[in-house]
Write a protein that binds this ligand. Structure first.
Ligand code: MN
Ligand code: MN
Length: 474
């Protein structure tokens, strides 16, 4: 008996074991987790696009006493510790910052998450008529399984910019009284040929056409159904067909975020990659008041298409913000100080990880994969097939982060995407790392990732929020 007990003790001491996060938190904490997810679901319903997320984040920032950094730059006001600042970039990415007591040269604690999600974008000439039905042509954005986007209710969100600069905001399909849109599919009885195709060919990109209208204009002319739809659009929004050229209109699932499971332990919603980490990051920075190190949260666009463009993680947005912060805080224009600031900065690349799906158990190395309900997932390196394109975090920084998690009793697990030769992914981490910042990927494990209805665990969301906030305050 004695020897057996001894072995168990030794095992507890020496072996790492993933813990079920539900048993790691007490009843009170679990209630807080459930409550937090009510706010999270409501936020998801309000912010289904990067523009909507940026807008909501700005409103929350202002409500929490954050001041416009654009105004401060304009007035050259001096920046002092305790100040809270926000700056949006073209309405599609945003930085929130709480200035700390220590000099910026000592580094900044940064949370970075992306707020774009896979979807269908309208093409530049989207409207066409076929057999007296009007459709909208789309070009998908990011990695989707095309067959998942047919026969579900879809909403249309975005902006149309007219040549005089007028911004027309469009949001259709969210109100219970709104119409919705959809993409049709064949009846099984006549789909014999289609059913023989493989899943990536059965529905093609050019098949993803949105059904949009079917009443003809009352005149015997060509394209009379299209004309009727354009007339309705003109009456509601004052737009013509040409205006679609300068639009950013996105097709997203029309359904709302819901509890999943009889025990209500999970959240099902569109766009949780990466809004689950963006929301918890945003909440963490909003809840920060007095810090020694300056705390910053950057919510960024275009991750799903490779972080390219002037609203992406590869843009000069973050670096420019830090430069201006250094100048206005009186630490100077010196490149020397800026590079010290960047080298001393630490960042959590707040992004989701693919959870093990017991229905598809063969695609991951289960010893090195993550699971829903087992806490925040940390991923030392990303990339695929030989760590190509990876951010590989420095172990010194990983150790530091592990210490923060353990000291704050936050359940965590470490893992990577798929099996070594089966593929992987990358995040915004490497672009921050290129600036000299120490960075690691960490976030919420997700089931059915990149699908119209992604699943997360409420307890992981709570653990992740705690991890992000503890990191900002470290
Ligand atoms: Mn992501
Ligand atoms: Mn993604």
């Amino acid at each position: 008996m004695g020897e057996k007990n001894c072995g168990k003790e030794l095992k507890d001491k020496l072996l790492f074991k993933r813990k079920n996060a539900w048993t790691e938190f007490n009843e009170n904490e679990k209630n807080i987790a459930f409550e937090m997810c009510e706010g999270y679901k409501a936020f998801l319903d309000k912010a289904k696009t990067e523009r909507e997320f940026t807008n909501e984040a700005e409103l929350l920032a202002i409500a929490h006493g954050f001041k416009s950094f654009d105004e401060i730059v304009k007035s050259k006001m001096k920046i002092t510790d305790g100040m809270k600042l926000y700056q949006a970039n073209r309405g599609k990415s945003v930085i929130l910052c709480v200035v700390g007591k220590e000099p910026l040269e000592n580094g900044i604690n940064i949370l970075g998450a992306h707020i774009d999600s896979p979807r269908l974008d309208l093409k530049q000439n989207p409207v066409y008529e076929d057999n007296e039905i009007v459709f909208l042509k789309t070009h998908y954005y990011g990695g989707i399984k095309k067959y998942q986007w047919v026969t579900i209710p879809l909403a249309l969100h975005g902006v149309v910019i007219k040549t005089d600069g007028t911004v027309v905001n469009v949001k259709l399909g969210e109100d219970d009284n709104d119409m919705v849109f959809t993409i049709t599919d064949l009846l099984p009885h006549i789909a014999v040929d289609q059913m023989k195709k493989n899943m990536s060919e059965a529905i093609t990109g050019e098949d993803l056409n949105i059904i949009f209208g079917s009443i003809p204009f009352d005149d015997e002319i060509d394209e009379r159904v299209k004309l009727n739809v354009l007339q309705l659009l003109n009456a509601k929004y004052g737009i013509t067909e040409e205006d679609f050229t300068s639009a950013e209109l996105e097709i997203v699932p029309a359904f709302k975020a819901r509890d999943v499971g009889f025990d209500r332990s999970m959240v099902g919603a569109y766009g949780q990659d990466d809004r689950v980490c963006a929301y918890t990051s945003l909440k963490a920075i909003l809840d920060v008041d007095n810090t020694d190190k300056t705390a910053l949260c950057i919510l960024i666009d275009k991750e799903e298409i490779g972080s390219v463009g002037n609203t992406s993680a590869q843009s000069a947005f973050l670096e420019g913000f830090i430069s201006n912060l250094l100048i206005l805080s009186g630490e100077g224009k010196d490149e020397l100080i800026k590079s010290q600031c960047l080298l001393n900065s630490r960042m959590l690349s707040a992004d989701v990880n693919a959870a093990v799906d017991p229905n598809y158990g063969d695609v991951q190395d289960k010893k090195n994969a993550v699971y829903i309900g087992k806490g925040i997932a940390i991923q030392k390196y990303t990339g695929s097939m030989g760590k190509l394109g990876a951010n590989d975090s420095n172990p010194e920084f990983v150790a530091e982060f592990r210490k923060i998690l353990n000291e704050n009793r936050i359940p965590w697990q470490a893992g990577e995407f798929g099996k070594v030769d089966l593929g992987g992914g990358s995040t915004i981490a490497k672009f921050a790392a290129n600036l000299g910042i120490d960075v690691i990927d960490c976030g919420v494990p997700v089931l059915s990732m990149h699908s119209p209805f992604e699943i997360t665990s409420k307890i992981d969301i709570y653990a992740t929020y705690n991890a992000y906030k503890s990191f900002l305050l470290y």
